[in-house]
Design a binder for this molecule. Structure first.
Ligand SMILES: CC(=O)N[C@H]1[C@@H](OP(=O)(O)OP(=O)(O)OC[C@H]2O[C@@H](n3ccc(=O)[nH]c3=O)[C@H](O)[C@@H]2O)O[C@H](CO)[C@H](O)[C@@H]1O
Ligand SMILES: [Mn+2]
Length: 358
């Protein structure tokens, strides 16, 4: 009799426990749903609909209410999955898009991101004689880089008084930040990771959505806009994309934290342009900086400084969007036929004239 009561009690207790656990899980997931969704009344006050407030996981169509009254409402060409570019690969093996001209609709993307009122930061370093490239960089950015969006360019320089005055649209800003000069170009180039990390932590977190870190010795020639946005964004280097990976100039010494072994590596990415969300780029800059410094403490400098560390990082952490070499070409290279448009390109320069050391 006692044993039976005991068993009965155990069953009751276990059932109660199960119900409590179930209740906990249901209430947690319910809370998640509630925080992500919010009821919103349509602009014309007609109906209340559920609007996703979180835009990290998918993109939202341009404002559907507008079509009732706006004759410029965006109607765009029907997309196809059987017609499109066939001369290039437009997706990586881990299913990240590779952005080429002809693979995206700029008007559609702009209208999607415009309603998010995104803000984009760009960093550019102009230390020593590299200040001479800044004017063209800034003027062409004004014409092609995220035109119509909120843009904040951060110029790091040791010559603040030589920063050119460039007319900028109302929603665009420029901030000059002082950095010490150096007599080694390798150090100037590599220290960018440290300064980008600090900038994000001290000034950008909480008020900026995306960031791109760009070489100053370059000019914009075509649109660079919302099609380039993503969590972690890398640009394919224009010099190696026809080559087998054995020819990529990765760091090949196992002692370095930038080491990429034979038979490893996806693409060769350039150090002159990368970006993504503030959070992702902070993590990237922090990782590359600490690996670079740990190497330096052991007397090792990777083959291509922070570019080598970036390549190691992107091998371990696959970029969520890859930009084709349209996004960083080099003026001395003739345009290949798969490159329909050059958006950003490095100018021809005489290293001996402009670098503090050769
Ligand atoms: C197109 C591209 O991917 N370029 C990369 C490549 O060579 P690059 O030959 O393009 O390197 P670079 O001489 O342009 O130096 C990189 C950048 O550092 C800054 N700078 C450099 C020297 C100086 O005296 N003052 C100064 O301000 C400037 O912003 C410059 O654009 O390899 C470098 C390795 O270190 C960097 O990864 C570059 O980003
Ligand atoms: Mn450069």
């Amino acid at each position: 009799m006692h044993a039976l009561n005991g068993k009965f009690l155990t069953v009751i207790l276990l059932t109660a426990l199960l119900l409590a656990v179930l209740y906990y899980y249901l209430s947690v997931s319910f809370r998640v749903v509630v925080t992500f969704e919010q009821e919103q009344e349509a602009a014309d006050g007609r109906s209340a609909e559920i609007v996703q407030k979180n835009h990290v996981f998918h993109l939202m169509a341009p404002d559907q209410v507008r079509k009732l009254w706006d004759h410029n409402y965006l109607l765009y060409k029907q997309p196809s999955i059987v017609e499109g570019r066939t001369d290039v690969v437009t997706v990586t093996p881990w299913l990240a898009p590779v952005v080429w001209e002809g693979t995206f609709n700029p008007d559609l993307l702009d209208s999607i991101y415009r309603q998010q009122n995104i803000s984009v930061a760009a960093t550019v370093f102009a230390v020593g004689k590299y200040i001479m490239f800044l004017k063209d960089f800034l003027e062409t950015a004004e014409q092609h880089f995220f035109v119509g969006f909120r843009v904040h360019i951060y110029v790091f320089t040791d010559r603040p008084e030589e920063v050119p005055k460039v007319n900028m649209a109302a929603n665009r800003k420029l901030t000059v930040l002082p950095v010490p000069s150096s007599n080694r170009w390798q150090e100037i180039s590599a220290r960018r990771m440290e300064l980008v990390q600090k900038l994000i932590k001290e000034k950008l977190q909480g008020n900026t959505d995306y960031i791109f870190c760009l070489d100053v010795d370059s000019k914009f020639h075509g649109r660079w806009g919302t099609e380039s946005l993503g969590g972690l964004v890398a640009v394919i280097h224009p010099g190696y994309y026809w080559d087998p990976r054995s020819k990529f100039p990765y760091e090949r010494r196992p002692q370095s934290r930038a080491y990429v072994a034979e038979g490893e590596g996806d693409f060769y990415y350039c150090g002159g342009a990368f970006g993504g969300s503030i959070e992702e780029v902070h993590l990237l800059a922090q990782t590359c900086r600490s690996n670079f410094e740990a190497d330096a403490a052991e007397g090792i400098e990777a083959a291509w400084q922070e570019e080598s560390h970036l390549n190691r990082y992107m091998w371990v952490n696959k970029p969520s969007k890859v930009l084709s070499p349209e996004y960083l070409w080099q003026d001395f290279k003739p345009r290949n036929s798969e490159i329909y448009i050059i958006r950003f390109s490095g100018v021809v320069k005489n290293y001996a004239d402009i670098r503090p050391n050769v």
